[in-house]
Structures are given as C-alpha cells and as structure tokens.
Design a protein around this ligand. Structure first.
Ligand code: MTE
Ligand code: MO
Length: 362
C-alpha cells in the first residue's frame, strides 16, 4: 500500500520525478478520487520517511518552539476531516502554450486536479499550542524532499498569510480517503490548504515557521508568481509578480473528450467545476454556438465548499463539426473570461478561460 509506484496514472508527463494524471473521462467517474488515480506533481525526490524517527518542528515567531513525532501530533490534537479538491495552477497550460510557447514547463491539460477526504489536525490548533507572537504575519512550510533549481539545492516550501493559516479548513493531513498518505502524496504529513493553488500544500512536511514576511523559498518567492501577458520571460527583478494564492473559478468538460467523433443527436456532456475563491459554484453553462446562447447544466454532486462540483447536461447536436464551450458562475456573480489570450503568462499559470472542446458529429 505504501508503495510510491502503486498508481494507475496513465497520462505521464515525466517519470523522474513522477508528474502524471488521469484521463478526464476516468477522473470524472469518482467524485472522491481514489488515491491511485490522484494526480501527482513533484518537483524533486519522493523521500522515504521512517515514521518512527519523523519529527515535525514548529518555530520562528512563537512563544515556545515545538517538536512532534507523528504519534504525538495525532494524539495531542483533535482530528478533523474535510473534503477538499487539490488543483495544480499549471492545469490547462496546454491551451496557453498553443497561443505562444512556454518553454520548460509541463504541458498539463485539465487533469491535474483531484478530490479527496483529508483527515488531519487543524494547523490553527498546532499554532495555538506554540503561541503565535504578535509580530507574526505569515506561516511558512518546508518539505523534506530534495529539489534542485538551476544547479542549486532549493528544497520545496511555501507560505500563507496568518489569517488563512488560522482558518478551520487548513489541515496538517496524515490520511487521504481513510488511508495513510502514500509516499507519493506526502507521507507521513502534508499541508492541505483548501482553495489555494496546489503548490502551497507542502508534502513531506518538515518544518512550520512563523515569520513577518513570506517564505524566501524558490517556489514561493520566484516560481508560482503571476505576470501580465506582456511579460514574456522571467524578469531579473524577482520581487515582481503576484504570488498566487486562491484558484480561480473554472468549469471543464470531461466527457466527451476533445477531438472525438460521435453520432449526431442527443449527446451527454459531463464535467467538473471548481473555485478556490470561497463563493460557491452556482451555475454551469454549456454553449454549442461559441457563447451566443448557453444551456444551464445540472449540478449532480457537490459536498464541502472546498470540493469540486460534478455537472452534466444533454445537448442535441446536428451532424458536422462542432465546438462546445463551458463556463461556471459563482454565487457572487463572477464568471470566467472568454478568451485565454488575455490570461497568457510566461509560466502558464491559472488558465480559467471558457473550456472548449471540438467534436465531429456524423
Ligand atoms: N510539496 C513538496 N514538498 N514538493 C513538491 O514538489 N508539489 C506541489 C505540492 N506540494 C510539491 C509539494 C505542487 S506544485 C502541487 S500541485 C501539489 O503538491 C500536488 O500534490 P499531489 O502530488 O499530492 O497531487
Ligand atoms: Mo502545482
């Protein structure tokens, strides 16, 4: 069970380290993604951690630095369970790459997203036990994996604002869907920051540090930053760019798949919708005429506010080529941008333009 290669992921972008996902029609079968089908995004090694010697350290701007074994963490604080969707902000980069080259990045489609039931302890309970110093503003996390960037060992880390760190949904998770985390997904402990880009949910968590500024780790301070479309390569001033936090509203068509040939007539269309911005998904719409008219889909499954929604609808499609678009609306009245061109950025993050597939009806 705790075998890092025990996965059934068939869209493999990279083997070492494994970066892979599940085809959308299979992903769409289970509202809760089985651990073997859960997408994998790794920047470096997948460490083999001995739970007997594992220690989690909490320090920085706290009254009393603390150290826990896995057992102490689990017994000292009450367990919490939430259902939460994890999404890589590189999702749908392939569409941005088709507009303008994005070198050296994984050409993800819409598959690096998965949903699980996470069990762990609330980060805020652990922070409270350590005592938050008044000058603390950020909570930073670092992983125990070995990661290299540009010839330097940088490790993997992230940080979040203290306010989010104290929200009840932020967990130090040790179980996924009722099973211990596998090495692939962060055994023995990972952070789960619902609503935020996947990169903030540090796996193989080693230390938690309270500080008055964001983490200086490469993946917080330099990568995972958003730039406008006119910035076509990494600027020399790395302080620029917006550190990505919440994931934008998104709806994706999983069935049928882009490029399929189908029989004309009623066609069942199924997908997922997700937002990390806190206001629930209210409506998903599908258009067969490039956005002139929209059909409201039925939301067939939803759960915690941090989990994706499943939706479906049936459209009567005439013979010939056809394009389908999908978009979501949230309860605050926000919807998605029509065109990926205004979203293009040189790292290929956060694409939430109307999702489009092309079909041929016979
Ligand atoms: N944590 C560590 N320590 N190292 C990593 O490479 N990848 C991050 C995040 N946490 C990463 C990490 C990224 S970019 C994403 S999208 C999620 O983990 C993916 O989590 P998963 O592999 O469990 O799906
Ligand atoms: Mo990611």
């Amino acid at each position: 069970m705790s075998n890092s290669s025990a996965h059934a992921l068939t869209i493999v972008y990279q083997e070492q380290p494994l970066n892979a996902g599940t085809p959308l029609p299979i992903l769409r079968r289970s509202f809760v993604t089985p651990q073997t089908l859960f997408f994998a995004r790794n920047h470096g090694s997948i460490p083999a951690i001995d739970p007997a010697t594992y220690r989690l350290r909490v320090g920085g701007m706290v009254r009393s630095p603390l150290e826990f074994s896995l057992e102490e963490l689990q017994s000292r604080f009450p367990s919490q369970t939430i259902m939460g969707t994890l999404q890589c902000t590189g999702s749908r980069r392939d569409e941005l790459m088709a507009l303008h080259a994005i070198p050296n990045e994984i050409p993800w489609g819409a598959e690096p997203i998965s949903n699980a039931r996470w069990r762990g302890v609330a980060l805020r309970d652990v922070l409270q036990a350590a005592g938050i110093a008044p000058e603390a503003r950020y909570v930073s996390f670092s992983g125990l994996d070995e990661v290299w960037e540009e010839g330097k060992a940088v490790g993997f880390g992230s940080s979040i604002v203290l306010e989010k760190a104290q929200a009840p949904e932020v967990l130090l998770a040790f179980e996924m869907n009722g099973e211990p985390l596998t090495p692939m997904h962060g055994f023995p402990v990972r952070v789960i920051i619902p609503g935020y880009i996947g990169a903030r949910s540090v796996k193989w968590l080693g230390t938690i540090t309270l500080q008055d500024e964001p983490s200086h780790n490469y993946f917080q301070a330099q990568a995972y930053k958003l730039f406008p479309p006119n910035v076509t390569q990494a600027p020399t001033d790395t302080t620029q760019g917006k550190m990505l936090e919440t994931l934008p509203l998104n709806a994706v068509i999983c069935i049928p798949q882009d490029g399929q040939t189908l029989e004309a007539g009623p066609v069942r269309i199924l997908g997922y919708a997700f937002t990390g911005e806190g206001s629930p998904i209210q409506r998903v719409e599908v258009s067969a005429d490039k956005g002139t008219t929209w059909t409201i889909a039925t939301i067939t499954e939803r759960n915690d506010p941090w989990a994706w929604c499943f939706w479906e609808t049936t459209l009567n499609l005439p013979p010939g080529p056809c394009q389908l678009f999908a978009r979501a609306w949230d309860a605050a009245g926000h919807t998605q941008p029509a065109d990926a061109r205004q979203l293009w950025n040189f790292k290929g993050y956060a694409n939430n333009a109307w999702h489009r597939i092309r079909l041929h009806l016979t």
